[in-house]
Design a protein around this ligand. Structure first.
Ligand SMILES: CO[C@H]1[C@H](O)[C@@H](O)[C@H](O)O[C@@H]1C(=O)O
Length: 693
């Protein structure tokens, strides 16, 4: 539902757009249990959670539940909010249950006795209660039965952070949903209402941290860590805090030079160390629960410790020491590679860079440093193997970096649901400690017993009416949060829940949208760069096909197609990239017949007449894949058109428009890529379809 244009709110609330439930559909517990909200704790976090609940109930069930601040339980029914340790809950929550609720977790427990009818939502701390309340609200909306409300939930990961690549002029690097909600014209915006609603959206999916500025920290953004901006930042932090979310900032490693007037940023220099300590102290005087720094160092022209002949551990640990006393953390990105390569150099392999730079530093990072690693070794392509760093650094805290914004996956013009890909990544078994060494167990910290671990997602939101440009791209944000909370959750369930909460539970609506989501990544992969090929995009903005767009440039992303073969030999006989994996995967990836086919061209140089598993030649597979991909877009459009009249008209039309653009651009991909291969090889399509000469 779009809210008033001339009024206050000109944006939707995505999956939090509550609609009244029709009376006949009211669950039987509405009358008996939802008459009042009983607040057992007196603090703003619990009060805020109670207000969220009250607001939701009043829309969903047209009730006006009374809000009772109580120090004892004198009423006989209602929803109770309290801490698990609250005296009044003794007798209702067992010791075992109490123990099972962690720092950010919650329990929902139904008491259905003769005289007592309670739904208890209890958390250990101020942080967990908002998660519990949002969970309960969504259970109501999903029409979950009374008995099934009982649950204990704890996030499996400690860090669930959104990374904004927002610049202070209001632009967003790789943003496809409008302008920044945080910055404009070199200043911090004061639109707390939108930030408030953003905090609500994030808390409802379990996010607990947000980095609001771009990792490329330039110009004015370098000064965000100074009193010039800290006052305004503290206001933003205050809004987020209410929803259990900590504020983090990206920093420029050379700040001591830019801001401090020093002539070095050498991490081992005493004056540099002191400068950072003073700066951090000032930050915490404004924002007492400041999360910490995110750092892109020695990467794509950003300064870093290499400039001074120091290691990344030297750099990260210096900052960690400054932040440590305040429980702050340093999130250090592993996206470090040579971006001044020469295409004639076939020895350097960009895929090897992260491992080569960081593996030797395992065990050298301080306790409050976390290495943030992109899911694959290159750069968020439609398909890449899992980065070999996962599993290779037993003594280092690690985080998974996913790109929610669709830089290489259709820029929110194309529907490309990323949950299916992310799930595959998380389920990958690295074998680093034998069978069962899943990526999800590395990034939740359990495999190596790390306290700090988790997920970072590059934001796909902006100030557009629906936050994400493409309405269905909201599903990517939702899914990121849900997977970060619990990487074991089934992806179909995550997608289904989003669909119902966003569009209602009409069977056709749910079936069709679910099909669209779950098949869209496959479609995109088929009509763009299948088999692990990747890239082939227009340089700079990265939208649309350009087979040799990056082929002779400095960025090191070559596919090296000639008239006979395509792909890079990354086996132990080639660049040696496969040697970065555990023995078992080395052998599989090394062998062209065992290598998972969807990654074939990532690992191997393959002749066009090579026979794939289904008997097709590589070239014929390429042609077929591109035609099939476009046909799948036709199906996406069909599925959507069947929902006309069942979906809010404005949203329907917006998505419809984008799907039509997707079709047009998918055709362009198909024709440009197929033509490229036809020209290279001279081999015609055996089905005789039109491939442009
Ligand atoms: C923020 O810079 C981005 C850059 O825009 C993007 O094209 C590249 O993929 O990755 C960089 C990174 O992840 O640092």
């Amino acid at each position: 539902m779009i809210l008033s244009r001339n009024g206050h709110q000109n944006y939707t609330m995505c999956w939090l757009s509550y609609k009244p439930v029709i009376k006949e559909d009211y669950p039987q517990y509405v009358e008996e249990f939802l008459g009042q909200i009983i607040l057992l704790e007196k603090n703003i976090y619990f009060e805020n959670a109670a207000n969220e609940l009250k607001k939701a109930l009043s829309i969903l069930f047209e009730t006006e539940p009374k809000l009772i601040n109580a120090s004892s339980l004198y009423v006989e029914s209602g929803i109770i909010l309290g801490k698990v340790t609250n005296e009044n809950l003794r007798g209702f929550i067992t010791d075992v249950e109490k123990e099972a609720v962690g720092e950010e977790g919650f329990i929902i427990k139904v008491i259905d006795e003769n005289k007592k009818k309670y739904i208890i939502v209890a958390s250990r701390s101020e942080k967990g209660i908002i998660y519990g309340i949002f969970h309960l609200i969504s259970q109501f909306r999903l029409k979950v039965k009374l008995k099934e409300l009982n649950c204990i939930e704890n996030p499996k990961t400690s860090l669930r952070i959104i990374n904004h690549w927002d610049n202070m002029d209001g632009s967003i690097e790789r943003g496809y949903a409008g302008k920044s909600i945080f910055f404009a014209n070199g200043r911090i915006k004061r639109n707390y209402k939108r930030i408030w609603d953003y905090a609500r959206l994030l808390a409802s999916i379990g996010i607990n941290g947000v980095v609001i500025n771009n990792v490329n920290v330039r110009d004015k953004a370098i000064w965000l860590i100074t009193p010039k901006y800290l006052n305004d930042l503290s206001k933003i932090a205050e809004v987020f805090r209410l929803y259990g979310i900590k504020l983090y900032l990206s920093i420029n490693f050379a700040s001591p030079i830019y801001i401090g007037g020093l002539d070095t940023a050498d991490p081992l220099d005493k004056s540099v160390q002191k400068w950072w300590k003073d700066t951090v102290k000032t930050i915490y005087s404004y924002i007492p629960d400041f999360g910490g720094f995110l750092v892109k160092a020695d990467s794509e022209f950003n300064p870093g410790p290499y400039v001074y002949g120091r290691t990344h551990a030297d750099g990260a640990n210096m900052l960690a020491e400054a932040l440590g006393p305040y429980k702050g953390i340093v999130i250090w990105r592993a996206f470090v590679y040579n971006c001044l390569q020469d295409w004639r150099d076939t020895k350097t392999d960009r895929a090897k860079a992260a491992y080569d730079n960081f593996k030797p530093l395992d065990g050298k990072f301080s306790e409050n440093v976390i290495l943030q690693i992109k899911y694959g070794p290159m750069d968020f392509q439609v398909r890449e193997p899992v980065s070999p760093l996962f599993g290779a650094m037993e003594k280092t805290n690690q985080m998974m970096e996913f790109q929610i914004t669709q830089e290489y996956t259709g820029q929110q013009i194309h529907l490309c649901y990323l949950g299916t890909l992310w799930k595959e990544i998380l389920e990958f078994d690295t074998y680093c400690k034998g069978k069962g060494s899943y990526v999800k167990r590395i990034v939740d910290g359990s495999l190596f017993g790390r306290k700090y671990a988790g997920f970072a997602g590059v934001s796909n939101i902006g100030d557009s009416i629906n936050w994400t440009g493409h309405d269905l791209a909201q599903a990517n944000l939702w899914t990121f949060g849900k997977l970060a909370w619990d990487p074991d959750k089934k992806i179909e369930d995550i997608a289904r829940e989003w669909t119902i909460l966003t569009f209602g539970d009409d069977k056709k609506v749910v079936d069709n949208i679910l099909w669209m989501l779950l098949n869209s990544h496959t479609a995109y992969e088929k009509y763009t760069t299948p088999l692990g090929l990747g890239w082939m995009v227009n340089p700079g903005h990265h939208y649309g096909p350009n087979p040799e767009g990056y082929e002779y440039s400095k960025w090191g992303t070559y596919h090296r197609a000639d008239t006979k073969a395509i792909g890079v030999d990354r086996t132990s006989r080639g660049t040696g990239y496969t040697l970065q994996y555990s023995k078992m995967w080395q052998e599989i990836f090394d062998d062209i017949n065992k290598c998972p086919e969807e990654l074939l061209l990532f690992f191997h140089r393959v002749p066009y007449d090579f026979k794939l598993k289904n008997g097709k030649t590589l070239i014929q597979f390429m042609y077929d894949s591109h035609f099939e991909g476009v046909e799948m877009v036709d199906e996406l459009i069909e599925k959507w058109e069947e929902l006309r009249g069942k979906i809010d008209e404005e949203i329907f039309n917006r998505v419809h428009e984008r799907l039509k653009m997707q079709k047009e651009h998918a055709i362009e991909w198909r024709d440009v890529i197929n033509t490229y291969f036809y020209r290279k090889t001279g081999i015609p399509d055996e089905k005789g379809r039109v491939i442009y000469p």
